[in-house]
Design a protein. Structure first.
Length: 134
């Protein structure tokens, strides 16, 4: 008759390693400390290693932030700081940007999907800030 023990269907548990998340999550994060993080997946996919700084734009009405990457140390921008030599991507210390624009970054600290847009013919990455659920 029917043999119900399916061969090879034993549970294949895979350990979830949270420290690896940044390598596969192609998103942009805002942190509790007002940094903007570009995790490893984003860093690699968008070839951030060729850039030195990020220039930020704010649309306060729409609560959107646009990020333009620059190959020079742009004085109006923020220096890209590598996390573990870029292994974990990079980040910018953007607290001043949020403060200047009156944005309480602690309320918006989470991961964001981004879209690519153009501002004055420059390619930018846009995130729409939303308050995280309490």
């Amino acid at each position: 008759g029917e043999n119900n023990t399916k061969k090879g269907s034993k549970m294949a548990f895979e350990k979830f390693n949270n420290s690896e998340m940044g390598r596969i999550v192609n998103k942009i994060s805002v942190t509790q400390g007002g940094q903007i993080n570009f995790p490893a997946a984003f860093y690699n996919i968008n070839e951030l290693k060729k850039y030195k700084s990020a220039i930020l734009y704010c649309d306060k009405e729409m609560m959107k932030v646009a990020i333009e990457f620059s190959e020079d140390d742009d004085k109006s921008g923020f220096k890209l700081v590598l996390s573990n030599d870029g292994k974990y991507g990079c980040y910018i210390s953007s607290r001043a940007f949020f403060q200047y624009n009156g944005i309480d970054y602690t309320k918006f600290a989470q991961r964001y999907d981004y879209i690519r847009e153009k501002i004055d013919n420059k390619e930018v990455f846009v995130i729409a800030l939303k308050e995280k659920a309490m």
